[in-house]
Design a protein around this ligand. Structure first.
Ligand code: MG
Length: 261
């Protein structure tokens, strides 16, 4: 069931979503060679709790971390570990969920660890562009297929892969609401977008094959060819005036961060 939010609810959601973004900004500031993904996780959890929120991922479906920390060939759902240290040239997708006053903020960004190769930079830049063109399609009267098509067309025309098994989603009072928001599709198909819908759009794009599998830990999704993936996510409200990025602030319409100008 799709939950339609009033303009007042969207405003409340926007204020709460800011904590998830600020947590993500903090996470990004900690990314450097030699840091462990658990250190970032612990700092983010403390930050969210200090500001009156709870980490939305911790315990969700049994997930052990407060963030998802997915390095290089890991696409999503990387488990933070005290044994996983970042190396120069890695990329890490960090996904931060925070619940505040009953609203769940959900945002992700792929950060560069030091200098990354031009090939990986190209992948990340294209994935950010995918998020941008997807958000532009999130307006009343369009369909979910318009969002999916925009991502798929841009990614594939640049020679990248589009992950099929993991998708964006409705978001609001719970982390995963209806509808699913795939990163592939046909224009004009799927659920019609209405004023008051709030959705998390999150392209997951790969340098090589989009085919993937889950590691033995039951969580971490990796590319079958071991080549890197990129992942960016923002929550967006569909309003009569078009898409409103819930994390937008005076620093930009969406999270502008290291590795993300
Ligand atoms: Mg999400």
């Amino acid at each position: 069931m799709i939950h339609i939010k009033s303009p007042e609810e969207i405003e409340e959601f926007r204020r709460c979503d800011a904590l998830s973004k600020e947590a993500l900004r903090l996470a990004g500031s900690l990314v450097r060679p030699g840091v462990s993904t658990k250190e970032i996780d612990a700092a983010v959890e403390a930050f969210i709790r200090l500001h009156g929120g709870t980490p939305a991922f911790k315990g969700l479906y049994g997930f052990p971390g407060s963030i998802c920390a997915s390095v290089n060939e890991e696409i999503v759902h990387g488990i933070p570990s005290p044994m996983r240290f970042l190396n120069e040239g890695d990329v890490i997708s960090i996904d931060t969920g925070a619940t505040v006053d009953g609203w769940v903020g959900d945002n992700a960004w792929t950060f560069y660890v030091g200098e990354v190769s031009d090939e990986v930079k190209g992948l990340c830049e294209c994935t950010r562009d995918c998020l941008k063109v997807a958000i532009e399609q999130a307006k009343p009267g369009n369909h979910l297929g318009d969002i999916g098509y925009a991502v798929q067309h841009l990614a594939e025309s640049n020679g990248y892969g589009v992950v099929r098994e993991y998708v964006g989603h409705g978001v609001g009072r719970v982390m995963h609401e209806d509808p699913n928001v795939p990163n592939y599709g046909k224009r004009g198909r799927g659920v019609k977008l209405q004023v008051g819908m709030t959705i998390a759009i999150e392209p997951m794009i790969t340098l090589g094959t989009y085919k993937n599998h889950t590691l033995a830990n039951g969580w971490t999704v990796v590319t079958n060819d071991g080549l890197p993936a990129a992942h960016y996510e923002n929550s967006v409200a569909i309003t009569k005036d078009g898409p409103v990025i819930l994390t937008a602030d005076d620093q930009g319409p969406w999270c502008n961060m290291q590795g993300g100008e």
